[in-house]
Design a protein around this ligand. Structure first.
Ligand SMILES: *Cc1c(COP(=O)(O)O)cnc(C)c1O
Length: 461
């Protein structure tokens, strides 16, 4: 399997180089040249299998030239062994025809662990084989960073630097990033928003001197290996609810568009997904774009679902690439227009997007009301991101089963949950001492050379 850039001019790469590169050298994102398909009977045979077995069958065609099957199975087994639930991604019923897919049983209590734990194993395997060493740099609105540090801490071949917006992540998120004691993981608090952090990471990747000198690698959701790991739970959930014999719809609390794009890949692989519904908070650029065709970033407006507080949704570029029929030059043009303020999707591409995606937007008041109301009607405590999804899904439940992705554990956002319900959700016992551990963090300005200097100073030579 070869991977090509959405902007059409970067070199075509195999899986391991795609994974290590993160961002393509033309500024684009890597996508598979052709998405492999699974037959109706292949999919039917997944029902009831352990998560790890489904993971192997779904991801195998994407990685088979890179990893021996036994090695890959061992990586999958190690990745999910630390999860706090045997099903890994269990389903819980919320109402008639509406189910919650709990993706928060990993070590940092958000769905990011599914991809990050696996990518940690895959990086270690590939780098050890090649005798290589890399510097991973990532931007986080909270959950990616903690998941990355958890997945890579203590590994020999990797230094990890995570940029997060100072004062704009929850205390649990911050502590998960600032308390690991291993010397190869570093939290950096940047004066600015998530979009600033993400822009500085992109700047570092486009600064080829620095990129080559430190061996820069990315594990943000722009990394296709991340997206790939997230395709798996669409299959486990859909087959548990009757796919491929009947279609299933999914509602996904969305920010950077990685999680929902994984659903798009699942659909292209042959999983009968009826609708993929983008749920946004008040930072609703994706909802506006799918409604009007205009992709116009606004100022970020901080919300109680901070992991979705973004205005530039990186993985949307992958959906655009498909909607424009793989026309890299057209995507490069749109991204140039974006730098100048925004772009409008062509009528044909908008229609193609709407054949796959629907959308909804949820206000802060509606998010709180949904947390409160869901507790009263079902006994389930939702995190605010999940509540955004549940609110959008409830308005759109149809004849086919609806699955809303529960993207984080409520205890990761205790203030918002307590404000809505009066109940302060407790951390699972395995991380109950989080508030007693020492914190270690570097404060840094939103300035490329300051950030690069700090990385040079702290990484192992
Ligand atoms: C990252 C995150 C999201 C958004 O996912 P994307 O893949 O960026 O769209 C939603 N909820 C939570 C809790 C997250 O951590």
């Amino acid at each position: 399997m070869r991977y090509i850039s959405t902007r059409g001019t970067a070199p075509t790469l195999g899986f391991e180089d795609t994974m290590l590169a993160g961002l393509a050298r033309d500024g684009g994102l890597y996508v598979p040249e052709a998405v492999p398909t699974l037959s109706h009977s292949d999919i039917a045979a997944m029902a009831g299998l352990p998560y790890e077995e489904v993971a192997l069958r779904v991801m195998r065609p994407f990685v088979s030239e890179a990893f021996h099957e036994d090695d890959f199975a061992a990586m999958i087994a190690r990745a999910y062994a630390g999860f706090g639930h045997d099903a890994r991604a269990p389903l819980v019923q919320l109402g008639p025809n509406h189910h919650l897919l709990e993706l928060f049983h990993g070590p940092t209590l958000a769905f990011k662990d599914f991809a990050m734990q696996l990518i940690g194993q895959m990086f270690e395997h590939t780098l050890t084989k090649r005798g290589d060493r890399v510097t991973i740099v990532g931007a986080t609105s909270g959950d990616t960073g903690s998941a990355a540090m958890e997945a890579f801490r203590g590994l020999d071949a990797v230094d990890v630097f995570i940029l997060y917006p100072h004062g704009r992540v929850s205390e649990v998120q911050r502590r998960q990033m600032t308390t690991p004691t291993e010397a190869n993981v570093h939290a950096m608090a940047v004066t600015g928003h998530f979009d600033d952090c993400q822009a500085r990471v992109k700047d570092m990747f486009n600064h080829f001197d620095f990129r080559d000198r430190v061996g820069l690698a990315g594990v943000n959701s722009i990394n296709f290996a991340r997206v790939l790991a997230q395709v798996v739970y669409y299959f486990t959930a859909a087959t548990a609810l009757g796919a491929p014999h009947r279609p299933i719809s999914f509602t996904v609390p969305t920010g950077n568009f990685g999680d929902i794009f994984a659903g798009h890949i699942a659909k292209r692989m042959g999983l009968p997904i009826e609708r993929l519904i983008v749920a946004t908070n008040q930072n609703d650029i994706l909802h506006r774009c799918l409604t009007t065709g205009a992709y116009q970033p606004d100022a970020v407006s901080p919300s109680i679902s901070p992991s979705m507080d973004i205005q530039v949704s990186s993985n949307f570029e992958r959906a655009l690439h498909l909607a424009y029929g793989g026309d890299g030059a057209a995507i490069a043009q749109l991204m140039d227009e974006l730098k100048a303020g925004g772009f409008t999707v062509s009528q044909g591409a908008l229609q193609a997007l709407r054949e796959i995606y629907a959308s909804g937007r949820v206000s802060e008041e509606e998010t709180s009301a949904t947390i409160q109301d869901t507790l009263a009607r079902t006994g389930e405590l939702l995190c605010p991101h999940t509540a955004v999804g549940v609110r959008v899904a409830e308005a759109q439940v149809g004849p086919e089963p609806m699955v809303t992705l529960a993207t984080a554990h409520p205890a990761k956002f205790p203030d918002a949950v307590e404000a809505a319900t009066g109940i302060r959700p407790a951390l699972p016992p395995r991380m109950a001492d989080l508030f007693e551990r020492n914190e270690r963090v570097a404060r840094v300005d939103n300035d490329l050379s300051a950030i690069e200097a700090l990385i040079d100073e702290r990484r192992a030579a």
